[in-house]
Ligand binder design. Structure first.
Ligand code: ADP
Ligand code: ZN
Length: 736
């Protein structure tokens, strides 16, 4: 009997494929795409089978055997296995890390049952012949076999293998879903049809449908202003996909994935929708995966991980708010869900539809160069003009009003008052949580930092008490009585956070109903939705919040948006800072005047001349692109180049620095041949994080392939010293 070997990868950074013997009872059962238990060092580990071969590996002695299988069927469709391989290659991580990220579910072992195939059911004599030769087994007879109730164990595994070989057996899974046909017979509930499309929507849909008709891979960028009806276009395109008997995936950023958003899909497609989000329990995740895999569910809606829904017959992937940086995962595998979505669409011959009011410059560039189809919807559905923006220059306001930095300018405070009088709603946006963002010494100027990170701490007030908090590591401490450095000066707290805005509103508008939405008020499960729901029902007049209130929500009663501070983020040492600020300002402005009544925006800034702010004020997306693309081209930053970021970290500054220097030395020598520019090492934007010092090396090239080749060369020659952490980020979204 020839032996069978399994190639297995593990969820560890090590890029190695391990080979195991497949023990006889598991032969005929083990399949590529299943998880397994295998001896790994001194213990057992869960691995993923990526290959099966009859070829004994030449150089391996003492081959160990697989212990058991965790799954009764391959968990990943072949296209997802391919995608995993692509993620591993492209983002320079191990295949195990990529595959286990695609498969974020608990270790649930499903029972498998042995039954008979239609052929087996017809050929009773042959089945019984094999059973007699192999048997006897307790409780295994014609009745139990044809009824499919024989539990598959190592004991019955041999029998299963023999029967399978002759095409007589069929394996069944506990709790597996009903077959597709039965489901189709069930009567669907009356579903909403949706309004007739406006011409700009129809034109966009026509283009997408042409691609769906062709059934070949294509990517579209749909740029539509806030309220232009993008979601309606997605819904129609999905309808078309379902009519073709195919499935669709819709990605929505986590903070925009509210019950309201999901409802728009379920109202249209009923229980054909499977929702994926991080708060699902493992059992729910498994159920949704199964429904997608069986074809019972046809539309997967969710945040980043919905991309890996096991659709069998994928026709369309929608990526809403494609510019959102939360689509990039910040730990290995550091994939960008938008880019991985495009790759999955390519593997499946599907259409990828990226939508945004403020697309990323990468996508704009790809659309302009003709790589993506470009669809534009410049008008709002309700024919309302985009709200007017009134700029309040805080420099002037500051001079007029004396030393204290005003939270609300005279103009904004008046506008809030008027909106309250009209019984309409206001949103107040500031992208900084906490009370004060800076705690410093009045004498020596020293800023109080987190003891573990090089991050200024933020003060928070709760129940009359003020505490200092690090937003990166959750360190918490009291406000020092005197300066920790000069031991002399008095401590002063400045810098504005959402808590302080809330306090100011409460004291100025005592009759108003005020709520705050930021990370601190939404930690409890469901609290995020609760605040949004109360605001929608107009139980709140003034809603203060961070970027959480900026995204995708539709509140018809909002006629005033106050941008309390437009400058947050502008000064970050990141080449995308301007782009991020522009996107956020346009998104938050889009919350005003979405229904019958016209909206207005007040934008408070110290930088009224800044191009991002100027462009946002004029709703001039084209103008912003033009200026920003010119700048990026001049500096040869993406989209005109590709980046890779290496970060070395250690608790001792010297060790981190030395490791980074050694790497940079090698990279510098080898870079010319591959046409890669090497910058650094330099202290990272966040130099110290959780007690580790960080040094970074930036790699820049025309093609990202060259960057990977260079890192591969590095890893072939220079070992990362023991104890030093090293991360690789391809196409980094954050340069900090
Ligand atoms: P976007 O996603 O571009 O912000 P939405 O798809 O949410 O825009 O549309 C904004 C509003 O207009 C929603 O309330 C939606 O129901 C409505 N809407 C969209 N398309 C149409 C249409 N063709 N006719 C009437 N109302 C529409
Ligand atoms: Zn910290």
């Amino acid at each position: 009997m020839p032996e069978l070997f399994a190639e297995v990868v593990f969820p560890i950074p090590l890029k190695q494929v391990f080979t195991y013997l497949v023990p006889a009872p598991l032969e005929g059962i083990a399949q590529v795409g299943m998880r397994c238990f295998a001896p790994f060092g001194p213990r057992q580990a869960v691995g993923f089978i990526t290959g099966l071969t009859g070829q004994k590996p030449a150089h391996v002695k003492n081959l160990k055997a697989l212990n058991s299988l965790l799954d009764g069927e391959p968990l990943l469709t072949p296209d997802l296995q391919k995608l995993g391989k692509w993620i591993a290659d492209y983002y320079y991580c191990s295949e195990g890390e990529a595959l286990f990220a695609i498969l974020p579910m608990g270790f649930v072992k499903t029972k498998r049952f042995l039954g008979l195939s239609p052929k087996g059911l017809r050929e009773r004599d042959r089945v019984m012949g094999i059973l007699e030769k192999e048997g006897p087994f307790r409780k295994v007879n014609w009745e139990t076999l044809s009824g499919g109730t024989v539990l598959l164990t190592p004991r019955t595994g041999g029998l299963a293998r023999l029967l399978s070989k002759e095409g007589l057996a069929e394996l069944k899974l506990e709790g597996s879903t009903a077959p597709l046909e039965e489901d189709a017979l069930r009567e669907a509930p009356a579903l909403e049809k949706g309004p007739p499309l406006h011409p700009q929507q129809q034109a966009a849909l026509d283009a997408v449908e042409k691609s769906l008709e062709a059934g070949t891979f294509k990517t579209f960028l749909l740029q539509g202003v806030t309220g232009s009806g993008k979601t309606e276009v997605y819904l129609r395109a999905i309808s078309t996909v379902l009519q073709k008997g195919k499935q669709a995936i819709v990605l929505i950023p986590e903070i925009a994935l509210t019950p309201q958003t999901v409802e728009r899909f379920t109202r249209r497609f009923g229980d054909q929708v499977a929702v994926f989000h991080s708060r699902l329990l493992p059992a729910e995740k498994i159920r949704h995966r199964r429904r997608m895999a069986s074809g019972e569910a046809k539309v997967a809606v969710g945040a980043r991980s919905a991309l890996f829904a096991p659709a069998r017959n994928l026709g369309l992937i929608v990526v809403d708010e494609e510019h959102e940086s939360s689509y990039k995962q910040d730990q290995p595998p550091r994939y960008h869900a938008r880019d991985a979505a495009i790759m999955r669409a390519q593997i499946c011959g599907a259409t990828a539809l990226l939508g945004s009011a403020t697309p990323s410059l990468e996508s704009v560039y790809n659309a302009r160069s003709g790589k993506y189809g470009f669809l534009s919807m410049p008008q709002r559905v309700n024919q309302r003009p985009l709200p007017g923006v009134k700029v309040v220059d805080l420099r002037e306001e500051w001079i007029v009003r004396g030393s204290d930095r005003p939270v609300l300018s005279v103009a904004l405070a008046e506008a809030i008052r008027e909106t309250l009088d009209k019984k309409e709603q206001s949103m107040l946006f500031l992208n900084r949580r906490g009370f004060n963002t800076v705690t410093l010494c009045l004498k020596c100027g020293e800023q109080v930092h987190c003891p573990s990170c090089s991050i200024p701490v933020t003060s928070h007030r709760k129940g009359g008490e003020t505490a200092l908090l690090c937003h990166y590591c959750d360190w918490r401490g009291p406000v020092p009585a005197a300066c920790p450095k000069c031991k002399d000066g008095a401590i002063r707290q400045v810098g504005l956070g959402t808590e302080k805005v809330e306090e100011e509103l409460k004291s100025r508008f005592p009759g108003a109903r005020i709520a705050r939405m930021d990370l601190d008020t939404t930690r409890e499960r469901g609290s995020h939705e609760k605040i949004l729901e109360r605001f929608r029902r107009h139980e709140i007049d003034l809603l203060v919040g961070t970027q959480m209130i900026a995204k995708g929500h539709d509140f018809p009663g909002v006629t005033l948006v106050g941008i309390v501070g437009a400058d947050t983020g502008l000064a970050l040492p990141d080449f995308r800072a301007s782009e991020k600020v522009f996107q956020l300002l346009v998104q938050v402005s889009g919350r005003a005047g979405r229904a019958e009544r016209e909206g207005v925006i007040y934008l408070q800034t110290f930088n009224s001349d800044h191009p991002s702010i100027q462009a946002a004020v004029r709703h001039d997306t084209e103008g912003f692109w033009r200026g920003e693309l010119e700048l990026r081209q001049a500096l040869s930053y993406p989209p005109f180049s590709r980046l890779g970021l290496l970060v070395y970290r250690h608790r001792e500054e010297k060790k981190a620095e030395q490791a980074a220097q050694e790497a940079a030395g090698f990279l510098g020598r080898e870079s010319r041949a591959l046409k890669v520019e090497v910058r650094g090492p330099a202290p990272a934007g966040i130099f110290k994080l959780r007690d580790e010092y960080r040094f970074q090396i930036l790699l820049k090239a025309e093609k990202s392939q060259a960057i990977r080749q260079l890192i591969q060369k590095l890893d072939g020659s220079v070992k990362v010293p023991a104890g030093v952490g090293r991360s690789v980020d391809i196409d980094p979204q954050s340069m900090l």
